[in-house]
Design a protein around this ligand. Structure first.
Ligand SMILES: CC(C)(COP(=O)(O)OP(=O)(O)OC[C@H]1O[C@@H](n2cnc3c(N)ncnc32)[C@H](O)[C@@H]1O)[C@@H](O)C(=O)NCCC(=O)NCCS
Ligand SMILES: Nc1ncnc2c1ncn2[C@@H]1O[C@H](COP(=O)(O)OP(=O)(O)OP(=O)(O)O)[C@@H](O)[C@H]1O
Length: 252
């Protein structure tokens, strides 16, 4: 758990190399609460990240609704025991199974992740066409999955110390320490994620302190203007390709 990736949507469409650890504070240890800081910002209509936050955890719920392809695969692989009375996935039961068994977790990831990434692709394309300069993707397993981090323009890791992380999971999910440790332990250590981030947000203090850091980061990202250069590149590139096709077909 514990990070969110900030993506320049333009870069989602064009690889830009994997993020390096330049400018990162590696002192951060664990994480928590990007969602909260983002949610607060997203109620502020002046915020540059309002309406451009895509949460993978939220979208996965609709992707496994009864009858959908991922739901059918989950039912086939995990059996009726992970279904509730009306066929919906019993997330608590499925969570118990996959966080105790790494092979089963891999299988579940294999079923759900391609669907999540397809959804992300279309959402990002939509924002790109609407003219947004960036999209924030909230992807807890970006590094673990590894397939799309090269498409991210910037990666932000939110950290706090280990004890805080465990306590916050326990409070949020009304769960015990074993549950919290199993979830945290199923992901890369936050230090490793922080090393690979472009920005690290230290969330070991108050939410207000976290918000201040997010504000600063958003200002830097807004000043970047990369999306403008990329849009110019796309327009020129498309014109060149379409022009060549036209000349080849009609102007001989
Ligand atoms: C295992 C499931 C059923 C548990 O559902 P539940 O409602 O109890 O938890 P929720 O989805 O809110 O996830 C809570 C947190 O657990 C962690 N987590 C979820 N899935 C995984 C996973 N496959 N590997 C490691 N950590 C995970 C994330 O940090 C997430 O934020 C569900 O998370 C799931 O289907 N996961 C597989 C798809 C996936 O990788 N999702 C990641 C984006 S959340
Ligand atoms: N600075 C903070 N002070 C106090 N509580 C916090 C702080 N930041 C986050 N929390 C609490 O920690 C819990 C986890 O935060 P949140 O759900 O935002 O984490 P997350 O990174 O989205 O988790 P996941 O990776 O599991 O999706 C929430 O209940 C939140 O209220």
């Amino acid at each position: 758990m514990g990070f969110f990736s900030e993506i320049d949507l333009s870069l989602f469409l064009f690889p830009h190399g994997c993020p390096s650890d330049r400018g990162v504070r590696t002192s951060a240890v664990s994480k928590f609460s990007k969602s909260e800081a983002l949610d607060r910002r997203s109620t502020d209509q002046a915020s540059p990240i309002s309406r451009t936050n895509f949460n993978a955890c939220a979208v996965q719920i609709t992707l496994v609704e009864p009858g959908k392809p991922a739901w059918r695969k989950i039912k086939f692989f995990f059996g009726e025991e992970v279904l509730k009375e009306h066929g919906e996935i019993d997330r608590q039961r499925l969570g118990q199974i996959v966080f105790e068994d790494v092979e089963k977790r891999r299988k579940l990831n294999h079923i759900v992740h391609p669907e999540i990434y397809k959804e992300i692709f279309w959402v990002v394309c939509g924002y790109f066409l609407k003219g947004y300069s960036f999209v924030v993707l909230d992807l807890p397993l970006l590094f673990e999955h590894g397939a799309v981090n090269c498409y991210m323009h910037k990666i932000i890791v939110v950290t706090c110390d280990k004890e805080q992380q465990i306590q916050r999971v326990m409070t949020r999910d009304n769960a015990d320490e074993t549950y919290a440790k199993a979830r945290i332990g199923s992901q890369w250590p936050i230090e490793e994620k922080a090393k690979r981030a472009n920005f690290v947000v230290d969330n070991s203090g108050s939410l207000e302190e976290t918000e201040e850091q997010v504000e600063k980061m958003v200002r830097i990202l807004k000043d970047d203007k990369f999306h403008i250069r990329l849009r110019v590149f796309i327009v020129l590139g498309s014109t060149l390709i379409l022009g060549s096709i036209y000349l080849f077909l009609f102007a001989r």
